[in-house]
Design a protein around this ligand. Structure first.
Ligand code: AMP
Ligand code: MG
Length: 393
């Protein structure tokens, strides 16, 4: 049995390559991992730009009555230079005309003369100008290789004209649920049966992680069937996930079958709770296989903690996970502390509240949870206010 931190290290170190990249329309790149650095082909702003609707003028003139010599809307090129006691009516986003060094806000002026003059009603003003190239210089790096693409990155791509995004390909993840007791969700379970929830949980965890789920189905608890299904799955997928059949029961022969199928097992159990009998192995340097425990909460957490990191690393992601440090909002105790625990929690008002959780079979314990908190080996009690590690889910 190895510690969780070692297990994660083993998983990540086994990934010695990234998948190939492909060019796609930038609009379709949301959630993908960027495979090259992107630099700007323009300066932003491309000109001194008005930050306000108002009047562009010389700051030294703002106490005087000013003549309106031009109206500048966004997209228009000014034709006149601003001289002494002159101004141009200007809209947000328009080019600030030559000669002007500030924009006084339309809210603080009154129209005078024959509707062709203004008087500013305050003593001072901000410049209210976004200056040429102050945000982005032409040629500057704007997006870094390895980021997970979000809508705010799409805006930058649009701004710099990066319309064909280079992204890493998605790994294909084969999903197999083992167990003679399993039936598919559309079936009403018989007396000794339960519905297969892990398969569907994993399909959607895989898609949320940005990979392609390939649901293979339910494998009965037979050595021949398991061998055939694992061997075929490893040929057709980058990653194979099995659930069930990994603990100590008479029909838990997934680990042995993996070895028979040529898998190089890297670990067979981790000092965690839930998820102790998690198996990880590789096949021919470029295939990865996990045997996840059958209990749904174990399968869920071990996917979030280990499988997801492997998927992201294969896709060239530079930020594999982010952990928040937040104070406990309620006390939490556990009886045993020889394993690292991961428990479902609710993060609310910046504090961490454990939710009702009866153990790894408690399928709906995570329904109302929005985080996973870890409790280190040797720690039996978390006090109110104590800082803990939490990952958002
Ligand atoms: P196992 O790891 O095969 O010993 O399974 C442990 C527990 O998880 C047993 O109660 C199984 O019935 C249950 N289980 C196994 N596979 C699934 C699945 N795909 N969906 C829901 N529960 C499962
Ligand atoms: Mg089983």
């Amino acid at each position: 049995m190895i510690k969780f931190e070692e297990a994660l290290d083993v998983v990540l170190k086994s990934v010695q390559f990234t998948l190939k990249s492909e060019r796609i329309n930038f609009i379709d790149s949301l959630g993908r991992i960027l495979a090259e650095d992107v630099s700007s082909d323009i300066n932003m702003p491309p000109f001194d730009k008005s930050a306000m609707d108002g009047f562009a003028c010389r700051k030294e003139d703002i106490k005087n009555e000013l003549d309106i010599i031009e109206v500048l809307k966004a997209g228009k090129i000014p034709t006149k230079k601003i001289g002494k006691n002159q101004c141009a009516k200007i809209m947000t986003g328009a080019i600030v005309p030559e000669g002007a060094d500030c924009v006084i806000m339309v809210e603080h002026i009154k129209i005078t003369g024959d509707n062709n003059k203004i008087q500013y009603l305050k003593d001072d003003t901000n410049n209210n100008i976004c200056y040429f190239a102050e945000d982005i210089k032409k040629g500057a790096l704007v997006l870094k290789k390895g980021i997970g693409i979000k809508p705010q990155h799409i805006a930058v791509m649009a701004t710099v004209g990066y319309i064909q995004a280079l992204v890493y390909k998605k790994p294909r993840v084969g999903i197999i649920s083992t167990g003679d007791e399993l039936v598919e969700p559309a079936t009403i379970p018989g007396k000794s049966q339960i519905r297969n929830s892990n398969g569907y949980q994993l399909i959607t965890q895989v898609s949320s992680a940005g990979a392609i789920p390939n649901y293979i189905g339910i494998a009965e608890d037979s050595e021949e069937v398991t061998f055939a299904i694992i061997s075929k799955a490893m040929k057709e997928n980058d990653i194979v996930l099995l659930t069930g059949g990994v603990s100590m029961g008479d029909f838990d022969f997934v680990p042995e079958i993996m070895i028979k199928a040529g898998v190089d097992i890297k670990f067979r159990s981790i000092a965690v709770q839930p998820g102790k009998p998690t198996i990880f192995g590789t096949f021919k340097t470029n295939r990865f296989i996990f045997g996840l425990p059958g209990n749904p909460v174990s399968s869920y957490t071990q996917f979030e903690l280990l499988v997801k990191q492997l998927i992201l690393k294969l896709m060239g992601c530079e930020e594999l996970y982010s952990i928040l440090r937040l104070p406990m909002g309620a006390e939490y105790t556990r009886k045993k502390s020889e394993r690292k625990s991961f428990i479902p929690v609710n993060i609310s008002d910046g504090k961490v509240y454990p939710v009702e959780y009866h153990g790894s079979a408690h399928i709906h314990s995570y329904v109302g949870a929005n985080g996973i908190t870890s409790i280190d080996i040797g720690t039996e009690k978390l006090e109110i206010g104590e800082l803990v590690d939490v990952r958002q889910i």
